[in-house]
Design a protein around this ligand. Sequence first.
Ligand SMILES: [Cu+2]
Length: 98
Amino acid sequence: MVGFDAFEPAEITIRVGDTVRWRNDSEFDHTVTADPGQAQDEDSVMLPEGAEPFGSGTVAPGEAFEYTFEAPGRYRYFCIPHEAAGMIAEIVVEEADE
Ligand SMILES: [Cu+2]
């Protein structure tokens, strides 16, 4: 789910409780970061109410990071080394069916 210098796909929709796995298929280190404290630009991050900031740390080529989404809403996250290059993506987490 991580390409040369972009998240692929750039937007997905999942359900509460789903786990997303990002695999680094590129030849460069990337991160999956949804933490306003680590963003150069506040617009690079969006967290819905009740969601905690999270971050993968460095995900080396061939490695992966998983995160389970428990709070519904729209998340925007970025890659720390490539934030300025626009490596930003979104995930919409919908309420699970009753
Ligand atoms: Cu990156």
